[in-house]
Structures are given as structure tokens and as C-alpha cells.
Design a binder for this molecule. Sequence first.
Ligand code: ADP
Ligand code: MG
Length: 318
Amino acid sequence: MASNSLEEIKIEDLKGVGPAIAEKLRENGLVTANAIAVRSPKEISGLTGIGETVIQKIIVDARSKLNIGFETANEILEKRQNIIRFTTGSKSLDDILNGGIETRAIFEAFGEFRTGKTQIGHQLCITVQLPKEEGGIEGSACYIDSEGTFRPERLLQILERYPQLDPKKALDNIFYCRAYNSDHQLLIVDKLGPMIEEKNVKLVVVDSIISHFRSEYIGRGTLSDRQQKLNRFIHKLLQLSEAHNLAVYITNQVQSSPGVFFGDPTIPTGGNVIAHASTYRLYLRKSKANKRVAKLIDSPCLPEAEAVFSITEHGIED
Ligand code: ADP
Ligand code: MG
């Protein structure tokens, strides 16, 4: 392991962190030196109520102990070997994703209404729990719902396909939170750290990332505020995915791009902020009956490719 590995140094090992401060940091999900080192004094102080000067000293120590700086490509390769994958339930979708959904990454699905974004979110909350031999990673899931479309009944239907999972236990492993506005959405993600560790969360779903932002920030003048906040939100997700080796699945809406006269004018909302942060972007569109087409349009090391899947009573299938 590299000396600046993310999981190694606990907050208790930092100068200036006594039991009382450690507890406040823990309550807010700040459990490792890394979580401290990548934040500003203002941010941590705002979260914990501890004074900024105290926090400043702790951050300095966290940064020096972590030796943040360059790593060799071999060290990065070693870290990336911790990445684990689980199935989406559709072989063809898994294939274009190099084997399925992976940890340390953000998967974004965008597309029109009823293209299957929410269905995939439900499906993944179950497949992440499957035994390793059966394509899962034996983790639990956290579902942040901004649109009010989460349905445990739907999960039970999908679970009929996986008799190896006890339905009651499977639902106990899915932690649901309704986000009521964009500030609330940010707060939820801020507070996720301790639960992730305690409950072995390996998947965080945000369905959708954008709806509150779209309805709260209307008009050109507010766009940069919106983008800044959205940026903060998505970077928190990215931090979580790396610090806890988990997968993030977000859904996004679409809009019509002005100025596109030929071809498909449908583009994802959220602009560059979401585009740059998503590791994998899937564009979903409807095909015949219950068939859907997913096109992988943006990935660091996979080609553009399409997969066809079906939405059935038992979830996402080929
Ligand atoms: P989006 O989130 O992209 O708006 P959804 O993920 O909610 O769309 O997908 C809606 C589609 O899923 C609809 O076409 C609906 O018919 C299908 N669907 C939802 N539940 C079931 C079910 N129990 N059996 C079969 N199809 C279903
Ligand atoms: Mg939906």
C-alpha cells in the first residue's frame, strides 16, 4: 500500500484531536485524515461547530501526515485494484460497462421520462447485495430520492428473481432518504460518512441529482449559483466514492439543445459540472415496447457502445 493510502490514518492520530473533537468529527462522517485533509477549515467548522483556528491546525497535521503529492502510476494501479464490480441484471448492459457497475466511480443515466432511470436505480440496490459468486459485492445501498418515485413494492417484485436473497433482509439493507430541496440534498450527503462505514454501503443512488436545482434556480442570473452548488454536491459524491470504495449511480434529466437542427437535440441537463464529474454517462432512450437502448457516451477508457435491455416485472433484464 502507498504511504498516502486513503483508509489508513484515523482522526485520533492527528495532533489536536482529543476525544471530544474526535466525536464531533465522527458524527459528521469525518473519520479519516483524508476526509479532513481535502476540506477547508470553514467547511469543517460549519459542519461540526468547532472553531476554525482549531480545525486549521488539525488540517495542517492531516495534510503533512498524508504526504499528499505525486504517486507513481504503479501506486495508482495498486489502488485501482481495490475496485470491485457488480452486475446491473442485464448482460448486455454489463458488457458495455466492462463487467457492470464499479466502485470509485460515478455512473450517470440521463434520458427522457420513462426511459428506465429510476428502474435501474431500484435494480442496483438489489444486485449490489448479491453474493460475490453471483455477480454482487455483498454491500448495502443508500437511496436519495428527490422525485418521490422510490417504491419498496417494486423492489419486492425484482427480488422474486433472486431467491438467494431474503426479501426482508434485502429491504433492511436499503437505506432511503427523501431530499426535500437542494440544501437538504447537500446535507444528506454531508452526513453519509458514518452510515456508509457502519452499514457497509457500497452503492449510493441519487434519483435525480438535478430536479431540485432546476426548480429552485430559474433564470439566467441564478445559473452560476446553481452550478457552484451542484458542483459541490457532485464532488462530495466523488469524494465518498473514493474514500469508501463505493459506486455512485445518479440520474439526470434532459433538455432540448437550442441550435441543433439535425440529429438528436436531446442533451443532459447540468452542463459541464455533471459532464466532467461523471465517470460513465449512459444515454437511455425508448425502443419497441419494453425495450430500452443505453448508449455509453463518455468513459475514460471504454469505447462508445450501445446495449439493448428490457424493463420487466423482474426489473432490468436482457
Ligand atoms: P424514468 O425514471 O426514466 O422516468 P422509470 O425508471 O420510472 O423511468 O421507468 C418507467 C418504465 O418502467 C415504464 O415504461 C414502466 O412501464 C416500466 N415499469 C415500471 N414498473 C414496472 C413493472 N412492475 N413491470 C414492468 N415494467 C415496469
Ligand atoms: Mg425516474
